[in-house]
Design a protein around this ligand. Structure first.
Ligand code: SF4
Length: 170
């Protein structure tokens, strides 16, 4: 019991640190990119949320922001970059095109990046206002702190499964 409490408190502490230290990989494909730049500029000051450092190598990033339309041809590249992100990792679909394909109802556009990779937070808007983006980051921070990110949940499930197998002596 004592060990369980200590472990869960340690996890809370680690998650608290994670929520204030996102390293963003911006996967920018279209016009929403202007809004991404605006959020990073001093007026909106994303640094207040500890997410101000974009990284252009997925191996140095844990938060992927998919900003703009993704075409079917870009799909494999998106998946490859996602696979290379450091664990635990999170994904934000930035704008309606990344979230749903937007108004591109045609055969070239992916109708939402969740057809290819798991998404933690969707930010609506065409383009979203910077305030919406900050709102999305705060929502993600809440999920991370509570351990409810998609990959955090998967890791916990895998840990429980390993524990169960050990108990069964498999
Ligand atoms: S959501 Fe609007 S602004 Fe953003 S990439 Fe699509 S068309 Fe451009």
């Amino acid at each position: 019991m004592g060990l369980e409490v200590t472990t869960s408190k340690l996890e809370d502490l680690v998650n608290w640190g994670r929520k204030f230290s996102f390293f963003t990989y911006p996967f920018i494909t279209a016009c929403c990119g202007m809004e991404f730049m605006s959020v990073a500029a001093p007026k909106y000051d994303i640094a207040r949320f500890g997410a101000e450092f974009p990284r252009f190598s997925p191996r140095q990033s844990d938060l992927m922001m998919v900003v703009g339309t993704v075409t079917e041809k870009q799909g494999p590249a998106l998946k490859r970059v996602y696979d290379q992100l450091a664990e635990p990792k999170w994904v934000i679909a930035f704008g309606v095109c990344a979230s749903t394909g937007g108004f591109y109802q045609n055969y070239t556009a992916v109708p939402g990046i969740d057809q290819i990779i798991p998404v933690d937070v969707y930010i609506p808007g065409c383009p979203p206002r910077p305030e919406q983006v900050l709102d999305g980051i705060m929502l993600l921070q809440k999920k991370v702190a509570e351990g409810r990110g998609i990959n955090q949940l998967r890791a916990r499930r895998e840990k429980l499964e390993r524990h169960r197998l050990e108990q069964e002596g498999a």
